[in-house]
Design a protein around this ligand. Structure first.
Ligand code: ARG
Length: 262
């Protein structure tokens, strides 16, 4: 009897070894079998992902993902959530890939797998016109708004600012425009997009300070166990970078493109 149980257990172990059962990663095979790639995104981050009036999501990363899915021969399925749910969802195996202007950090690399980065961004300071804050040094002892779970949040906390965190980027912006905080810290290209939209409404104006505070590569995040899919996607990203497709997508959204360092 004992022998039989041991035999069954070792068969299960061998099968798991080859099929990866129990691991939360998404394999190329599993994506092809499902016929779709399910991505997790927080669509409040133009020009990378934003929500249209009809509920659809558009942006640079959505365009890139559509091409990736076309090349893989699968459908793109978009799941919307707050930014701070994206990485935990990937880690838990709820979605195949996190696509949310995600900056690669050492801390995050302990929990998820990243593709190769496809661009470089930085944290920017946004203030109201006429603010006494004109550079990073002026932020000392000041209050700032950020989006929850972002690199802006950890950067500001590490720097000892008084941080107010908001699930939605628009609420972090509103904290500044309604005078609840002295500054808003957010990724540069999204700052440019959201400030442009705000200033176009007329009335008081927002200003982005000319000081890039960090250098952050953006990549897509997958669960550990997704190594072969990451490899496949890296190959696609490499060709899209080499043939100028990524740059052209940035241009379509009027966004300056900075290539990640090799
Ligand atoms: N790049 C920053 C980070 O990784 C902010 C990303 C916010 N993304 C979003 N879709 N709201 O933390």
């Amino acid at each position: 009897m004992k022998k039989k149980i041991a035999l069954i257990l070792s068969i299960i172990m061998i099968v798991c070894l080859f099929t990866g059962c129990g691991s939360k990663g998404t394999t190329l095979k599993s994506v092809e079998k499902a016929g779709k790639l399910v991505i997790a995104t927080s669509p409040d981050f133009p020009p990378f992902e934003s929500l249209n009036a009809d509920g659809s999501v558009e942006g640079i990363e959505i365009d890139v993902l559509q091409i990736i899915c076309d090349k893989l021969g699968v459908e793109l399925q978009i799941e919307q959530m707050d930014f701070d749910s994206v990485l935990p969802g990937i880690q838990a195996g709820k979605f195949d890939m996190g696509v949310s202007g995600i900056s690669v950090t050492e801390k995050r690399q302990k929990n998820v797998l990243f593709t190769e980065p496809y661009c470089l961004a930085a944290q920017a300071i946004v203030v109201t016109e006429g603010s006494p804050i004109t550079c990073k040094a002026d932020l000392d002892g000041k209050s700032v708004s950020v989006q929850t779970g972002t690199t802006a949040e950890s950067f500001c906390m590490d720097n000892g600012y008084t941080v107010s965190s908001f699930s939605a980027n628009s609420d972090a912006e509103a904290a500044l425009t309604t005078g609840k905080v002295d500054a808003w810290v957010i990724d540069d290209l999204t700052a440019a997009d959201m400030v442009k939209a705000y200033n176009a409404q007329g009335g008081d104006k927002l200003v982005i300070l000319d000081e890039a505070m960090t250098s952050e590569p953006y990549a897509f995040a997958l669960a550990f166990g997704s190594e072969d899919l990451v490899k496949e996607i890296n190959g696609i990203l490499e060709s899209l970078t080499a043939d100028g497709t990524i740059k052209a997508i940035f241009e379509k959204y009027d966004a300056p493109y900075t290539a990640p360092e090799a």
